[in-house]
Design a binder for this molecule. Structure first.
Ligand code: ATP
Length: 464
């Protein structure tokens, strides 16, 4: 199963309205995906869980929603115009394009199971000598540097003065607002700013479903500290962010923190660790958590000419804060939650001995639909009771009403989209004013009085 797990997840996502290939009726467009009627809830729930954990439940964090289009000098200051490049090679025969480091790495992995060392990465030109195109055996071009930013023009005139970029990360919107936020909220260092938003990178080798796409969403934090406290805050954030994934059901054995080697670090970063998840494609980055020192605020001070230093009233010192940056991807986190939750049960779970059944064991807080409401018959007063129950519950949570086909098929549909609880309304309900609530994971069924259903489900959600 492991070999085609990703493919099976992609198929499930299409079949159940979680994620569709973008512009599919036109043959699709490289590496963009659309979240469907079920997936949009899953994505919103991932973002809401993050926001709750890093903004709502903390005293030292505030939120922000900055624009995608920013002054082009932002990207000069951040270094993106100068150095946001990936090394790329093209196949001269089939014209396919590869990221040179990924290509060499995958060959090395196949040959001896090893990853590229930092030295080899630096000497990519050497490492790629003699390598041919894996698709057709064709010869490769020399390595070229390829800027990953999408360029466009603002206003009616397409000239160099009008060039703007789609942001390749949300972080810079936070840095340029550091003073605005500090002044308007009167937050004192240490404090942080959180933001969720779209970012765009013209990735050379997108792929693996929503793992690497050209348009994606990030959840980023810039946490401003006194320089001498930065290491301590870095450690705290590493632990906090690791725990967040676990609190939403990620199996700890499939999650790890991987510190970067010193020569793997960006030149301005003092330390960085990635939270990695064991995806079906192997251990890969979910989130990077870096100590970026005072690099960003210094750069923006220099390029904008505006002083971004901070005056610490408690010590009388003026300094440029250090920054701890936990930077994660919404889509990547969502994919990890999907992979973690996806389970195939051959022979099915019921007595029917059906073929393979799929259960998406999503954490209830992430589940797109919290309760399925399933009247056993389309008549005899059952639909009216079911509709009334839905009216009551839908004020508090996403519900789905389903009266089509057999109850077994309806359960399977809800299991496949990860609905934690299914409520059936049967003919006994007319007598005892109670319904049956089935638990997705244990398949246990309990009889609950209609009047207590709302409290029952809300308590379960709270406890989860
Ligand atoms: P990678 O090495 O995988 O390209 P990165 O180190 O360049 O990632 P960052 O710049 O640190 O990534 O971005 C922070 C987070 O944003 C990543 O951990 C990832 O979750 C997400 N992310 C970055 N690029 C993409 C992408 N092309 N598609 C989806 N998510 C992305």
């Amino acid at each position: 199963m492991a070999d085609n797990k990703m493919e099976n997840i992609v198929n499930l996502c299409k079949r159940r309205g979680i994620i569709f290939p973008s512009s599919e009726i036109y043959g699709g467009i490289g590496s963009t995906w659309d979240y469907g009627p079920v997936g949009v809830h899953l994505k919103n729930n991932v973002k809401a869980a993050w926001w709750k954990s890093v903004v709502q439940e903390r005293d030292d964090m505030v939120g922000l929603d900055a624009a995608i289009l920013m002054h082009p000098d932002v990207w000069k200051a951040s270094g993106h115009i100068e150095s946001f490049h990936d090394p790329m090679v093209d196949c001269k025969k089939c014209k396919k394009r590869f990221r040179a480091d990924h290509l060499v790495e995958s060959i090395k992995k196949q040959e001896d199971g090893l990853q590229l060392t930092a030295d080899e990465l630096k000497d990519l030109e050497k490492a790629i000598t003699g390598v041919v195109c894996p698709e057709c055996g064709g010869e490769l071009t020399a390595i070229r540097q390829f800027n990953l930013m999408f360029k466009t023009y603002m206003g009616p005139v397409e000239d160099s003065a009008a060039v703007v970029y789609l942001r390749p990360e949300t972080a810079q919107g936070i840095f340029v607002n550091f003073k605005n936020v500090a002044n308007s909220t009167r937050k004192k260092v240490p404090f942080g700013i959180a933001q969720i938003g779209k970012s765009f990178r013209n990735e050379i080798t997108p792929g693996n479903f929503v793992f690497r796409t050209r348009e994606f969403e990030q959840m980023e934090i810039e946490f401003f500290t006194r320089p001498k406290e930065a290491d301590e805050w870095h450690k705290k954030w590493l632990q906090d962010r690791f725990n967040w994934y676990v609190s939403l059901g990620i199996k700890p054995e499939n999650l790890r923190l991987r510190p970067h080697d010193p020569d793997e670090l960006a030149h301005y970063a003092r330390a960085c660790s990635d939270v990695e998840y064991l995806f079906p494609i192997g251990w890969s980055e979910l989130e990077g958590i870096a100590n970026r020192t005072d690099y960003d605020l210094k750069q923006h001070t220099e390029v904008s000419g505006k002083d971004l230093s901070y005056f610490d009233e408690s010590t009388g010192e003026r300094f440029i804060p250090y920054v701890i940056e936990p930077s994660g991807g919404v889509d990547r986190a969502l994919l990890a939650f999907l992979c973690n939750a996806y389970e195939e049960i051959s022979g099915g779970r019921g007595e029917s001995g059906a073929d393979t059944e799929v259960v998406l064991r999503l954490h209830p807080r992430l589940a797109p639909i919290k309760v399925g409401i399933l009247p056993l018959a389309k008549k005899g007063g059952l639909p009216e009771i079911a509709k009334d129950l839905q009216t009551e519950l839908r004020k508090h949570m996403m519900t789905e009403y389903d009266d089509a086909r057999s109850i077994g098929r309806r359960y399977r549909r809800q299991d496949e989209i990860g609905t934690p609880w299914c409520i059936t309304i049967d003919f006994d309900t007319l007598e005892d004013q109670a319904v049956t609530i089935r638990d997705r994971d244990t398949m246990e069924q309990v009889r609950v009085p209609l009047a207590q259903v709302k409290a029952f489900v809300r308590d379960k959600l709270e406890e989860s």
